[in-house]
Design a binder for this molecule. Structure first.
Ligand SMILES: *Cc1c(COP(=O)(O)O)cnc(C)c1O
Length: 463
């Protein structure tokens, strides 16, 4: 150790002395003695390393309180931070998919704060099962006989297969052996559920006779999987649920469908791309249909299975159900969300997912025109700011080919550099409420489709 370094080390203030400094009182007040001391120890360590490595005190050593404050703020940021989603994808899986309706938020708060009748029947003062109350509502909305609710749709598919196939064969078209993302691939889920996958047809064409000739005394199920995230075009043929259900009926084999997103209402009535409606599949005779709570339905993360009473009974009694069941907050939010569907006249206003999806390109364009000057004022020196038409994606497994007309504010660096764009994207992510855009074609695109309630916040951020 050099004499010079030794004198630098001796300049580092002792923890006790810092804690007595008046500038530390507000920190102690807010974060408490334990956290403040821990941070000071970390800072002292960092300062010692800096002296060792650079032979100088780091610049922040003239403001220990300021540095500790910054550190404490950063350490205490919540793990899940609210952001503004201008990515152009409405149901963005990495941003938590559906934004919840006010009614759902209120219901969750209630369920968190008070004891609730989760598995308690007020009439008989006995024990009910936790899906019972919601099952009635789901049956009303889908025409099914009964319902079962689990943690997400991947869990729903696993449970359907495990509980109704008993290790036997499940027949699926080669055109529907999908990978949804992450580890969810139909053949792998089959293996985990303990059933034998029997592939029929080809990638582009599968006929009813393919399913028929695969039937044997080992067949437990015929299965359809919604091809959520890709589209096969050209010389194609798939067997629809109604045809398959008829075959299943004749042969005494249940037909199950993993619908992925699915919808409880016909989206085409709102001018949106047509998505399969759960009620239609039940009417077509499908025995079990599973779908997500936080995709087009617009509720909390959940997997919902509706269908025949006898099969739902099997799911409810399977040991996996206990492991995959939804918690009271999920059920409360789902219940409140489903109730909104009873009032179709106000659904597009009250359900945020539908409200965002149905915003018109004109309205979004007008909003972009209003906001563009704020971006011009803040970033105009280095970026060309323009308002452009663009296409939003629904996201979360609605056909990637289906896009919605929208409008974006775009920022193009005057110097054309990619690094300049990256720095801009980072600056927006570093705002007190981070703004998430999309880099494409040498610009940053901020699609305003999902900015229906946050306009004033945005103006504030850009001040
Ligand atoms: C999204 C999707 C899943 C997975 O649903 P999660 O709710 O995300 O678990 C499964 N199957 C299909 C067809 C999907 O689109």
């Amino acid at each position: 150790m050099t004499t010079e370094n030794r004198s630098l080390y001796s300049q580092l203030p002792a923890t006790d002395r810092l804690l007595r400094d008046a500038r530390f009182s507000p920190l102690l007040e807010t974060w408490g003695h334990t956290q403040v001391v821990t941070v000071l120890q970390q800072l002292q360590q960092a300062a010692r390393h800096a002296i060792r490595d650079t032979g100088a005190l780091p610049a922040w050593c003239n403001d220990w309180a300021g540095q500790a404050q910054a550190q404490l703020v950063a350490q205490n940021a919540p793990a899940l931070r609210a952001v503004i989603n201008l990515s152009g994808t409405v149901l963005h899986t990495n941003l938590g998919r559906a934004q919840q309706a006010d009614e759902a938020i209120a219901a969750v708060t209630q369920a968190m704060r008070h004891p609730v009748t989760l598995e308690y029947d007020l009439d008989g003062a006995g024990r009910g099962h936790r899906d019972q109350a919601l099952a009635a509502l789901l049956c009303e909305l889908t025409g099914a006989e009964d319902a079962c609710i689990v943690n997400n749709n991947a869990a729903a598919v696993l449970l359907m297969l495990a509980a109704t196939s008993s290790g036997r064969e499940v027949v699926v078209s080669r055109g529907e052996l999908v990978e949804i993302g992450g580890a969810f691939r139909i053949p792998d889920v089959m293996r985990q559920a303990g059933c034998q996958l029997v592939e029929v047809g080809t990638t582009n064409r599968t006929h009813l006779k393919d399913y028929r000739s695969a039937l044997s005394d080992q067949t437990a199920l015929l299965m359809k999987v919604h091809t959520s995230n890709y589209h096969v075009e050209g010389f194609t043929k798939a067997v629809d649920e109604a045809e398959l259900a008829q075959l299943g009926e004749t042969c005494g084999v249940p037909v199950i469908t993993d619908l992925g997103s699915g919808s409880l209402v016909d989206f085409s009535q709102y001018g949106l791309p047509k998505e399969p409606v759960v009620r239609d599949l039940i009417r077509a005779g499908v025995s079990l249909v599973s779908f997500s709570g936080d995709k087009l339905l617009g509720g909390p993360q959940a997997g919902i299975i509706v269908g025949k009473k006898a099969l739902i009974e099997k799911l409810q009694q399977h040991p996996l159900k206990r492991a995959l069941r939804a918690d009271k907050m999920t059920l409360a939010a789902l219940d409140a969300t489903l109730r909104l569907y009873r009032h179709p006249e106000t659904l597009a206003q009250r359900l945020p997912t539908l409200r965002l999806l149905t915003r018109s390109a004109d309205e979004i364009h007008a909003q972009a025109t209003r906001l563009a000057p704020h971006f011009q004022a803040r970033f105009g020196e280095r970026f060309a700011v323009t308002v452009e038409p663009c296409l939003s994606q629904i996201g979360s497994g609605s056909l990637p080919v289906d896009r919605l007309s929208s409008a974006a504010i775009t920022l193009t660096p005057h110097n054309g550099r990619g690094s300049e764009l990256q720095a801009l994207a980072r600056a927006l992510r570093d705002l007190p409420v981070p703004v998430i855009g999309r880099l494409y074609d040498g610009r940053l695109w901020l699609d305003l489709r999902c900015l229906d309630a946050d306009t004033s916040l945005m103006e504030m951020l850009l001040k």
